[in-house]
Write a protein that binds this ligand. Structure first.
Ligand code: ADP
Length: 730
């Protein structure tokens, strides 16, 4: 296990090398300084020894000289030869010591010089004394004194040397002290260095131990992770949710799970035989990508998932998403994850096609597709190619719809529209007009849905617009045509009513004639009764007016006049039509019942048109009842307040009635069951009522017969209702 060895070497090597180096340095330094100390100590010891010997020699010399002096002096004073007994011995001793002294102080130039001088002095003085002794014959005090003086000189020289040696001794002792101090200092320094080193070594060792413990823990964790990862990979392999392959960098596939084999249509035997190779599975145009993958794996140890294709066994291709990572244990092997993207690609393609279909749909169904942001500014606009006068691309982006110049609708409608937008409500068919290139108006109908994000926050609108100029024109043409038809219908109706009209006009004319005759009679009377004449003439005037009214009313009904906006009493308008048809009803024995709600608010709209509606319904009812052989003929006309606030007009008869499936059909244009019918009456009636903001419908009368009803907004509600119609989403 070279790795663990090198690792174990590594963990202690650093502190050990440091400690060993420091210790070696300490040992070498201690050795050097110790040796130096030892040498100096040796030298000091030698010097001390020499000093001691010198002093001893000097002391001895002094003693011997004192002996010599005592002997010579005794002899000189007594001339007793007994004093000279040891004479030769002492002399010899002095000479020997003087020579020994010279040898001892040879290393000290000053002392050596002094010793030489002393030896010479000793030799000379001893000779001198010998001379004195030999020559003296009698007691000689002066000779003794001279001898003593000679010896004093020697003693003084000896004392000089002794002093010098004593000084040297003091020096030596100081040197000793210095040496001892140095020794103590050296030892202390060494101890401190060793202690510090030991401390450092301990700290390093401790740190290393912690690091090692951590490394071991990490190792264990890593091992655990690896195990866990292995387990996960294993689970992934077995789960067969994604394809998993174990490969070598050269492309060999060592192992693959069933999901992978199934994806590519291979059998396990193919894998075992080594026929499955990553390089062969990869189409040529993807091989370059594979080379990059291998390089990335070598460098990073892992590769980010990317899309590519594999060949199936049958040669077809499968789009896949692959990712991979190297295995820790083996630097040449890795594991790859392969996800079949066929379905996703199909879904993407389906989505693309659906988008294309949607685009086609939008292209053909709408002229504009638009999106706005939360502030209602256009963020996106697409115009159909067929839209000749579409604004320049991007010209309206960033603007709100009301910042784009529009000619219609009016301010009130814009206000309502903006209220809808601010409330984030959907809207339909909001109609606008913009100036066209020819100076005319181009009409656009816009619908939109609010868009909210995942959190429910409003982010804007999405919608479409349709070019409705043609439709508008068609509608206008239709309206014109309807008006023509209505006129024709009115003329026909009037034709049917000729008898009634004649009767209506005849009546006042007949009354006029009668009154005129009466007036003539009152004038012829004697005396003429002028009061009666005046009454007759007044009645004539009234009848004339009545006839005029009838004719005027008929003229308005027949005349083609553009729709007007009147304020009128609905009940009164109904009664006029009742009057016009009264004789027709009488002729056919029809019983009329009217029940008109009193105090209805005034209606507003085209009075004549609404009267035509009522007239049509009355005549239809009469015709139906006349055509049936039912016993009683009964016509009821009701007005009442509708729940919503408007007026409800009901005209019911006791005729044959309507089949349930016919209640809507009768309003269709050209639907008629009459030989000479046009089938336009009810269609026109309904469109007129709706143009006034009302509704019209038919139902079966419970007592037999048909019921036709319509509503009409009254003054206060009518304005609002018309606006609702022009902007149903508001
Ligand atoms: P026309 O009167 O020219 O036929 P209308 O539109 O006025 O045209 O009427 C269409 C049809 O509705 C009539 O032909 C008739 O069949 C039916 N119809 C209209 N009013 C009544 C009614 N009061 N009772 C039964 N059927 C009716």
């Amino acid at each position: 296990m070279p790795v663990s060895l090198s690792q174990s070497f590594r963990w202690f090597a650093r502190p050990l090398v440091l400690v060993v180096a420091a210790l070696l340095t300490t040992v070498v330094a201690s050795g050097f300084f110790g040796f130096q100390y030892w040498q100096e100590k040796q030298a000091a010891n030698l010097a001390h020894e020499r000093n001691r010997e010198v002093l001893e020699t000097l002391e001895r010399l002094k003693t011997v000289i004192a002996d010599v002096e005592a002997q010579r002096r005794g002899y000189l004073l007594t001339l007793d030869p007994h004093y000279l007994k040891a004479y030769g011995v002492s002399d010899e001793s002095v000479r020997r010591d003087a020579q020994a002294l010279q040898t001892l102080v040879a290393g000290d130039p000053l002392q050596s010089h002094r010793a030489g001088h002393l030896a010479a002095t000793v030799a000379a003085k001893l000779r001198e004394i010998d001379e004195i002794v030999k020559t003296v014959r009698t007691y000689s005090g002066p000779a003794a004194m001279a001898m003593i003086r000679s010896l004093d000189e020697i003693r003084s020289q000896i004392d000089q040397m002794v002093d010098h040696e004593r000084f040297l001794r003091v020096d030596l002792e100081k040197r000793y002290e210095a040496l001892e101090r140095r020794k103590a200092w050296l030892i202390t320094t060494a101890v401190i260095i060793v202690a510090v080193l030991a401390g450092v070594a301990l700290a390093l060792a401790r740190r290393e131990a912690i690091r090692r413990r951590k490394a071991i823990a990490e190792n264990i964790a890593l091992q655990g992770d690896l195990l866990a990862r292995d387990k996960k990979i294993r689970r992934l392999v077995d789960a067969n949710i994604v394809g998993v392959i174990f490969w070598e960098l050269d492309g060999r596939i060592l192992e693959a799970n069933d999901a992978f084999l199934k994806m590519l249509g291979y059998e396990r035997e193919d894998l075992a035989s080594g026929r499955v190779n990553r390089t062969d599975l990869t189409p040529p145009e993807w091989r370059h990508r594979d080379l990059r993958t291998v390089a990335e794996l070598k460098r990073m140890g892992t590769v980010q998932p990317f899309e590519k294709e594999y060949f199936r066994k049958d040669g077809s291709r499968v789009p896949v998403l692959v990712g991979g990572t190297m295995l820790e244990q083996n630097q040449n092997q890795g594991v790859g994850f392969v996800l079949d993207l066929t379905e996703r690609k199909q879904a993407e393609e389906a989505l693309r096609q659906s988008e294309e279909r949607f685009r086609t749909l939008v292209q053909f169904s709408f002229d504009v597709y638009w999106e706005t942001d939360a502030e209602h500014r256009f963020t996106h606009q697409e115009f159909a190619e067929t839209l000749a006068d579409a604004p320049a691309p991007g010209a309206e982006i960033g603007k709100t719809r009301w910042e784009v110049p529009y000619l219609e609708p009016d301010e009130e409608a814009w206000r309502k529209h903006r209220e809808t937008l601010e409330a984030h409500l959907p809207f339909r068919d909001f109609e606008l007009a913009r100036p066209g290139p020819d100076g005319g108006k181009r009409y656009i109908s816009v619908s939109g849905l609010p868009v909210f994000d995942k959190t429910g926050r409003f982010v804007g609108y999405r919608g479409v617009g349709r070019h409705i100029t043609e439709r508008r024109r068609a509608e206008e043409a239709l309206r014109a045509m309807q008006s023509e038809l209505a006129h024709a219908n009115r003329v026909t109706t009037m034709g049917q009513l000729t008898a009634s009209i004649a009767h209506e006009v005849n009546q006042p004319i007949a009354a006029t004639v009668t009154n005129a005759q009466a007036a003539l009679r009152w004038l012829s009377a004697q005396p003429p009764d002028l009061g009666e004449v005046r009454d007759s003439l007044r009645r004539i005037v009234e009848d004339g007016k009545r006839a005029g009214n009838v004719v005027g009313g008929i003229r308005t009904l027949i005349n083609k006049v553009p729709p007007r906006k009147d304020r009128f009493d609905l009940n009164e308008a109904i009664l006029e039509m009742v009057a016009l048809t009264r004789s027709e009803m009488l002729k056919h024995g029809i019983l009329l019942q009217t029940e008109l709600a009193p105090g209805l608010p005034v209606a507003s709209g085209d009075r004549t048109q609404l009267q035509q509606v009522i007239l049509n319904l009355i005549l239809n009812a009469i015709e139906a009842m006349v055509g049936s052989d039912k016993g009683t003929r009964e016509l009821r006309i009701n007005t009442e307040r509708e729940v919503a606030g408007g007026a409800l007009v009901t005209i019911s008869d006791s005729g044959p009635g309507l089949d349930p499936q016919d209640v809507e059909r009768v309003f269709k244009a050209f639907y008629t069951t009459k030989a000479k019918g046009m089938g336009m009456g009810l269609a026109i009636c309904r469109s007129m009522v709706e143009a006034h903001g009302g509704r019209m419908w038919a139902s079966a009368n419970e007592a037999g017969g048909a019921v036709f009803q319509f509503t009409l907004p009254l003054e206060d509600e009518s304005v609002q209702a018309r606006q609702i119609q022009s902007n149903p989403a508001a």
